[in-house]
Design a protein around this ligand. Structure first.
Ligand code: SF4
Length: 214
């Protein structure tokens, strides 16, 4: 047990369980709920302490997992794949103990830049589905909307490469775009073409004041 302060990692929206593994992110998106409040769907997602282990999450999961759970999603208030080892270890526990429940990760697609290697083969067999934020049809607008920590040209290309690599590794992959935030206009038609070209599905996530649809 390495947990320093009492975190709440798991929460339900409907019959989907979400696991929040970090408040850290390599983007600062215009529409991010992190800059507009501490809740998504009325749930406070702010972790009190980033120092914890997969064991801490698993211990909570054992008490909060419901047999009616339709899906488990690594998602929340930051970029889950920053905590790659914790995601992998927790997903392995879920696969071993609740194999009937599909596992999804919602990600900004920066993981290969963050970890400086191709991490996607490490996810295969653990993660069934992945939703990757594409958010634009071009690097310039992506940088304006998402304000990544990494170089803008490199980041947008890395996100597209990540989407393609996930799809090629047999993970059900969806590229997503947030729509409806203030006056930001994204060419959804072009984004869909890019997603299809990368072998992914495409989904528009409507921005909602209480948090976007998942
Ligand atoms: S990628 Fe997600 S968590 Fe990170 S800043 Fe953007 S909306 Fe927020």
């Amino acid at each position: 047990m390495t947990q320093q302060a009492k975190n709440k990692f798991t929460y339900y929206l409907g019959d989907v369980m979400y696991i929040n593994v970090t408040n850290l992110c390599t983007n600062r998106c215009e529409f991010c709920i992190r800059s507009t409040g501490e809740t998504v769907g009325g749930v406070n997602l702010l972790l009190k302490d980033e120092r914890f282990s997969a064991e801490d999450i698993i211990n909570e999961l054992k008490t909060t997992f419901s047999g009616k759970c339709r899906e488990i999603v690594f998602c929340g208030y930051g970029e889950p794949l920053i905590k790659l080892d914790i995601v992998k270890e927790t997903a392995k526990f879920i696969k071993d103990n609740y194999p009937q429940v599909p596992i999804r990760v919602n990600t900004n697609g920066h993981a290969n830049l963050i970890h400086k290697r191709n991490i996607i083969p490490e996810l295969t067999g653990l993660i069934d589905k992945i939703s990757v934020s594409l958010n634009s049809d071009n690097a310039e607008q992506y940088a304006e909307i998402c304000k990544p920590n990494f170089d803008k040209e490199i980041t947008y290309q890395a996100v597209k490469d990540f989407i393609k690599e996930c799809a090629q590794n047999g993970i059900e992959t969806t590229a997503t775009v947030v729509s409806g935030f203030k006056d930001i206009e994204v060419n959804l038609e072009n984004c869909e073409k890019i997603a299809m070209g990368l072998g992914a599905k495409f989904r528009v996530r409507e921005w909602l004041p209480a948090g976007y649809d998942s």
